[in-house]
Ligand binder design. Sequence first.
Ligand SMILES: C[S@@+](CC[C@H](N)C(=O)[O-])C[C@H]1O[C@@H](n2cnc3c(N)ncnc32)[C@H](O)[C@@H]1O
Length: 200
Amino acid sequence: MDRQFWDDMYGSRDQLFSGAPNGVLVSEVAEMPPGQALDVGCGEGGDAVWLARRGWQVTAVDISRVALERAAAAAADIGDRVAWMRSDLTGTPLPAAAFDLVSVQYFPLKRQPDHKALRRLLDAVAPGGTLLFATHDLADLSADPQQGFDPGDYYQPDDIAGVLDDDWAVVVNETRPRTAPAPVGTHHTHDTVLRARRLR
Ligand SMILES: C[S@@+](CC[C@H](N)C(=O)[O-])C[C@H]1O[C@@H](n2cnc3c(N)ncnc32)[C@H](O)[C@@H]1O
Protein backbone atom coordinates (compact mmCIF):
# COMPACT_ATOMS: atom_id res chain seq x y z
CA MET A 1 0.00 0.00 0.00
CA ASP A 2 2.34 2.66 -1.30
CA ARG A 3 1.84 6.16 -2.69
CA GLN A 4 0.61 4.81 -6.03
CA PHE A 5 -1.87 2.46 -4.35
CA TRP A 6 -3.47 5.31 -2.40
CA ASP A 7 -3.48 7.77 -5.32
CA ASP A 8 -5.16 5.11 -7.45
CA MET A 9 -7.64 4.35 -4.67
CA TYR A 10 -8.65 8.01 -4.28
CA GLY A 11 -8.56 8.53 -8.04
CA SER A 12 -11.03 5.67 -8.56
CA ARG A 13 -13.89 7.78 -7.11
CA ASP A 14 -14.82 11.44 -6.90
CA GLN A 15 -14.97 11.08 -3.12
CA LEU A 16 -13.78 8.08 -1.12
CA PHE A 17 -14.92 9.00 2.40
CA SER A 18 -17.94 10.89 3.71
CA GLY A 19 -16.23 14.19 4.46
CA ALA A 20 -17.62 14.00 8.00
CA PRO A 21 -15.24 13.68 10.96
CA ASN A 22 -14.74 10.19 12.36
CA GLY A 23 -17.08 9.28 15.22
CA VAL A 24 -14.23 8.27 17.53
CA LEU A 25 -12.52 11.62 17.03
CA VAL A 26 -15.71 13.55 17.77
CA SER A 27 -16.57 11.57 20.89
CA GLU A 28 -13.06 11.64 22.37
CA VAL A 29 -11.89 15.13 21.41
CA ALA A 30 -15.02 17.33 21.55
CA GLU A 31 -14.36 18.25 25.20
CA MET A 32 -10.61 18.85 24.84
CA PRO A 33 -9.27 22.40 24.76
CA PRO A 34 -7.79 23.11 21.32
CA GLY A 35 -4.05 23.12 20.75
CA GLN A 36 -1.66 21.65 18.19
CA ALA A 37 -2.89 18.50 16.43
CA LEU A 38 -1.28 16.02 14.07
CA ASP A 39 -3.73 14.15 11.82
CA VAL A 40 -1.93 11.00 10.72
CA GLY A 41 -3.12 9.83 7.29
CA CYS A 42 -5.65 12.66 6.98
CA GLY A 43 -7.16 11.43 3.69
CA GLU A 44 -9.73 13.85 2.28
CA GLY A 45 -9.50 15.96 5.41
CA GLY A 46 -12.80 15.43 7.26
CA ASP A 47 -11.08 15.18 10.66
CA ALA A 48 -8.56 17.97 10.07
CA VAL A 49 -11.29 20.38 8.98
CA TRP A 50 -13.44 19.51 12.01
CA LEU A 51 -10.48 20.07 14.33
CA ALA A 52 -9.55 23.37 12.69
CA ARG A 53 -13.10 24.66 12.93
CA ARG A 54 -12.95 23.92 16.67
CA GLY A 55 -9.85 26.04 17.06
CA TRP A 56 -7.09 23.48 16.67
CA GLN A 57 -3.96 24.26 14.68
CA VAL A 58 -3.63 21.15 12.54
CA THR A 59 -0.76 19.48 10.72
CA ALA A 60 -2.49 17.07 8.36
CA VAL A 61 -0.25 14.51 6.67
CA ASP A 62 -0.98 11.97 3.98
CA ILE A 63 0.94 10.02 1.37
CA SER A 64 -1.68 10.66 -1.34
CA ARG A 65 -1.49 13.79 -3.48
CA VAL A 66 -5.04 13.19 -4.72
CA ALA A 67 -6.44 13.06 -1.19
CA LEU A 68 -4.53 16.16 -0.08
CA GLU A 69 -5.71 18.22 -3.06
CA ARG A 70 -9.31 17.33 -2.22
CA ALA A 71 -8.76 18.09 1.45
CA ALA A 72 -7.22 21.49 0.78
CA ALA A 73 -10.05 22.39 -1.61
CA ALA A 74 -12.62 21.55 1.08
CA ALA A 75 -10.82 23.74 3.59
CA ALA A 76 -10.17 26.88 1.59
CA ASP A 77 -11.76 29.10 4.28
CA ILE A 78 -9.58 27.77 7.10
CA GLY A 79 -6.32 27.58 5.18
CA ASP A 80 -4.30 29.26 7.91
CA ARG A 81 -5.31 26.67 10.51
CA VAL A 82 -4.34 23.53 8.60
CA ALA A 83 -0.92 22.73 7.14
CA TRP A 84 -1.39 19.99 4.53
CA MET A 85 1.73 17.90 4.01
CA ARG A 86 2.49 15.08 1.63
CA SER A 87 4.77 12.62 3.33
CA ASP A 88 5.28 8.91 4.03
CA LEU A 89 4.72 8.81 7.76
CA THR A 90 6.40 5.45 8.19
CA GLY A 91 9.74 7.02 7.30
CA THR A 92 9.50 10.73 8.06
CA PRO A 93 10.93 12.30 11.22
CA LEU A 94 8.37 14.23 13.26
CA PRO A 95 8.99 17.07 15.71
CA ALA A 96 9.37 15.66 19.22
CA ALA A 97 6.85 16.54 21.96
CA ALA A 98 5.13 18.98 19.59
CA PHE A 99 1.45 18.01 19.52
CA ASP A 100 -1.32 18.13 22.12
CA LEU A 101 -3.16 15.57 20.03
CA VAL A 102 -1.83 12.93 17.67
CA SER A 103 -4.85 11.40 15.95
CA VAL A 104 -4.44 8.15 14.06
CA GLN A 105 -7.74 7.17 12.44
CA TYR A 106 -7.77 3.99 10.35
CA PHE A 107 -4.17 4.57 9.37
CA PRO A 108 -2.48 1.33 8.24
CA LEU A 109 0.37 1.28 10.74
CA LYS A 110 2.36 -1.88 10.12
CA ARG A 111 3.84 -3.71 13.08
CA GLN A 112 7.63 -3.52 13.38
CA PRO A 113 9.76 -5.49 15.84
CA ASP A 114 11.45 -2.28 17.02
CA HIS A 115 8.20 -0.22 16.79
CA LYS A 116 10.20 2.48 15.03
CA ALA A 117 7.33 4.22 13.22
CA LEU A 118 5.02 3.86 16.21
CA ARG A 119 7.64 5.34 18.55
CA ARG A 120 7.99 8.34 16.25
CA LEU A 121 4.27 9.00 16.62
CA LEU A 122 4.41 8.52 20.40
CA ASP A 123 7.41 10.86 20.68
CA ALA A 124 5.49 13.53 18.75
CA VAL A 125 2.92 13.80 21.58
CA ALA A 126 3.70 16.65 23.99
CA PRO A 127 3.72 15.97 27.74
CA GLY A 128 0.09 16.31 28.83
CA GLY A 129 -1.03 15.51 25.29
CA THR A 130 -3.09 12.65 23.87
CA LEU A 131 -2.59 9.83 21.44
CA LEU A 132 -5.91 8.81 19.89
CA PHE A 133 -5.71 5.65 17.81
CA ALA A 134 -8.74 4.08 16.13
CA THR A 135 -8.94 1.23 13.70
CA HIS A 136 -11.27 -1.47 12.47
CA ASP A 137 -12.01 -4.39 14.75
CA LEU A 138 -10.08 -7.48 13.64
CA ALA A 139 -13.35 -9.44 13.69
CA ASP A 140 -14.55 -7.28 10.76
CA LEU A 141 -11.43 -7.83 8.67
CA SER A 142 -10.23 -10.69 6.54
CA ALA A 143 -6.98 -11.34 4.76
CA ASP A 144 -6.71 -10.61 1.05
CA PRO A 145 -3.79 -12.68 -0.22
CA GLN A 146 -4.13 -11.23 -3.74
CA GLN A 147 -3.50 -7.73 -2.38
CA GLY A 148 -0.93 -9.10 0.08
CA PHE A 149 -3.11 -7.84 2.94
CA ASP A 150 -3.12 -9.56 6.33
CA PRO A 151 -4.94 -7.62 9.09
CA GLY A 152 -2.66 -9.23 11.66
CA ASP A 153 0.26 -7.26 10.21
CA TYR A 154 -1.11 -4.00 11.61
CA TYR A 155 -1.16 -2.55 15.12
CA GLN A 156 -4.27 -2.84 17.19
CA PRO A 157 -4.80 -0.74 20.35
CA ASP A 158 -3.72 -3.60 22.64
CA ASP A 159 -0.36 -3.81 20.85
CA ILE A 160 0.22 -0.11 21.34
CA ALA A 161 -0.88 -0.18 24.98
CA GLY A 162 1.75 -2.89 25.46
CA VAL A 163 4.47 -0.59 24.11
CA LEU A 164 3.58 2.37 26.36
CA ASP A 165 5.76 2.85 29.43
CA ASP A 166 5.18 4.63 32.76
CA ASP A 167 5.21 8.00 31.02
CA TRP A 168 1.74 7.16 29.71
CA ALA A 169 -1.72 6.56 31.15
CA VAL A 170 -4.24 4.55 29.15
CA VAL A 171 -7.62 6.32 29.34
CA VAL A 172 -9.56 4.15 26.87
CA ASN A 173 -8.74 0.78 25.35
CA GLU A 174 -11.89 -0.81 24.03
CA THR A 175 -13.95 -2.15 21.15
CA ARG A 176 -17.12 -0.20 20.39
CA PRO A 177 -19.81 -0.12 17.68
CA ARG A 178 -19.25 2.36 14.87
CA THR A 179 -21.42 5.43 15.11
CA ALA A 180 -21.35 6.09 11.35
CA PRO A 181 -22.15 3.83 8.41
CA ALA A 182 -19.17 1.84 7.13
CA PRO A 183 -17.35 3.27 4.10
CA VAL A 184 -18.82 2.19 0.76
CA GLY A 185 -17.90 -1.40 -0.12
CA THR A 186 -16.96 -2.39 3.44
CA HIS A 187 -18.80 -4.15 6.24
CA HIS A 188 -17.13 -2.71 9.31
CA THR A 189 -19.33 -2.76 12.40
CA HIS A 190 -16.92 -2.05 15.27
CA ASP A 191 -13.96 0.17 16.03
CA THR A 192 -11.09 -0.55 18.37
CA VAL A 193 -9.96 2.55 20.22
CA LEU A 194 -6.94 3.55 22.27
CA ARG A 195 -6.80 6.90 24.01
CA ALA A 196 -3.63 7.45 26.00
CA ARG A 197 -2.29 10.51 27.80
CA ARG A 198 1.39 11.31 27.95
CA LEU A 199 2.14 12.18 31.56
CA ARG A 200 5.70 13.50 31.14
C1 LIG B 1 -8.14 4.27 5.50
S1 LIG B 1 -7.55 5.83 5.03
C2 LIG B 1 -8.11 6.84 6.38
C3 LIG B 1 -8.16 8.30 6.06
C4 LIG B 1 -8.67 9.22 7.17
N1 LIG B 1 -7.87 9.12 8.37
C5 LIG B 1 -10.11 8.88 7.48
O1 LIG B 1 -10.39 8.31 8.54
O2 LIG B 1 -10.95 9.20 6.66
C6 LIG B 1 -5.80 5.72 5.33
C7 LIG B 1 -5.07 6.97 4.89
O3 LIG B 1 -3.69 6.83 5.22
C8 LIG B 1 -2.91 7.31 4.13
N2 LIG B 1 -1.62 6.61 4.22
C9 LIG B 1 -1.37 5.29 4.04
N3 LIG B 1 -0.08 5.01 4.23
C10 LIG B 1 0.52 6.19 4.53
C11 LIG B 1 1.86 6.55 4.85
N4 LIG B 1 2.84 5.63 4.88
N5 LIG B 1 2.13 7.85 5.14
C12 LIG B 1 1.14 8.79 5.10
N6 LIG B 1 -0.15 8.50 4.80
C13 LIG B 1 -0.45 7.22 4.52
C14 LIG B 1 -3.72 6.97 2.89
O4 LIG B 1 -3.39 7.74 1.77
C15 LIG B 1 -5.13 7.21 3.40
O5 LIG B 1 -5.53 8.54 3.15
